[in-house]
Design a protein around this ligand. Sequence first.
Ligand SMILES: [Zn+2]
Length: 241
Amino acid sequence: MKTIAKIFRSQQISLNKTTVTFSHCLCRLFLLLLLQFLHQHSPPYNQLLYSPHPTHPTPPPSRHGPIRRNRRKFRESGKSDTIPPPYSWATNQRAIIHSLNTLNSKQIFTITGDVQCKRCERKYEMEFDLREKFAQVGAFIALHKVAMHDRAPDIWMNPVLSTCKFCEQENSVKPIIAPKKKEINWLFLLLGQFLGCCTLEQLKYFCKHNKIHRTGAKDRVLYLTYLTLCRQLDSTGPFDR
Ligand SMILES: [Zn+2]
């Protein structure tokens, strides 16, 4: 009898164990289903935890914003190598003019440029004979180059301006320098010895596009601009640096 009672008790225990295990499984299943439901119907956890305004979730960043900015940057830095020649005596390279030989073959003998009187403010076009004016500049350089010591002389730094053909004011007509640097009339400025009217920034632009990577005071950069322009016209002349 005792033995039967023992067996019965042990079976009851194992039955109880089974019941416990079964209810445990049910509980876990319920929890899993609940978690799945919450996951599907609630906002993302990171939004709940990190969003400063969880009630007004911030829209995703615009797809076009950064891309457009990059494109603009590319346009700014990605300038084309050539430009439409701003004058018949200019090449399609920035700050580079044709040689005398090319200008002769193109029958270009007169160089024009826009000027304005400082007194009466009238604007008009001035013209130079290419050969005559270049001979004057070349002779001046040949004569004074050694004494210049790589610096523009005062006459180049502070050019004597022409007399106005309207109001006849002396030393009053200054060249109109194109606001866009690629449109600066370099040959006209050279022939009139007006290059000193350029800003340091404009002269540095010229040097940069002629592969002269030199910074310095205006008299040095101006000297280099004069010599380089003369060399562009006549590479055999006394215009080495
Ligand atoms: Zn005038």
